[in-house]
Design a protein around this ligand. Sequence first.
Ligand code: NAD
Length: 308
Amino acid sequence: SNYFKCLNNLIMAAKIIDGKLIASKVKEQVSIAVSDLNQKSIFPGLATIIVGNDAASSIYVKNKRKSAKEVGIESFQYELSENIQEKELLELINELNLNSDVDGILVQLPLPKHINSDLIIDSIDVNKDVDGFNVINAGKTFIGRDSVIPCTPLGCLLMLKSIKIELKGKNAVIIGRSNIVGKPMAQLLLNEDCTVTIVHSKTFNIQALVKEADIVVAAVGSANLVKGSWIKKGAVVIDVGINRLKVEDKNILVGDINFNEVKDIASYITPVPGGVGPMTIACLLMNTVFQCAKRNNVSIPNNLKKLF
Ligand code: NAD
């Protein structure tokens, strides 16, 4: 009723973009697409490789494997010792490149310092790259050609599309310029006709630039960096950051956005956890199905196409 509408306007609490819920819907569609492929005797497979025992990476990989199984994607799992030589890792990737049961190869980053990550990423067959980090796929994304889009920025874009706001002409500010999040995110929003600014660790006056933004995507890795005062009223705020904090002896996860401050200023906001994280995994599964369909010369299942 009007009373509640008035109250709502006064408080102006942001709507939460529920990444977990949207991810479960994407996974449902991926699972239908996998069944369709199975009918054609095609069985999508995803190989995941983790090197060493970094606690955060282990959790991410475990979730990726679990989700793959949930949607019917076969999971090939490799846990390698911290001390593995670059050459051995390259040999494994080469084997997986040749294995026709494997449609996607994911090497969890970061890798130990003695291994050249660029060399490893580039050794993955372009047609089995599911992260979109391979130079060829990254280049295609950059020039707006059909490509494998990196999972995290793709997840952010799907969340933006889920709220059905017009993206065309909007001012988007991306905080962070990594190859895996910031840069491809900028490209995707440029493709959506946003006016895009990337700010980073050497940018002067970040707050003033962020304050101009209709859409803010934060991918920094700095707990609660973005304050309420940085955000324009009604902006849409996507929080990619995952930061571990110890509060009163408890480990908690927070994003790069100060959620409590920003939630009353933004029109929409993604939570951490339960925002970008689950979307990243859902998009990985989707990319695996895309690569599988392409390698088998069948068209991308229609239900997945409709997600865009
Ligand atoms: P990165 O360390 O590669 O890049 C961080 C970027 O932030 C750099 O470009 C740097 O210039 C910029 N930066 C650093 N300090 C800054 C400051 N004070 N102000 C503005 N910019 C600053 O990190 P990344 O791999 O892009 O990841 C960023 C964050 O996102 C991390 O917390 C990471 O854990 C998280 N992440 C989450 C997901 C997910 O699925 N949710 C996926 C990837 C990364």
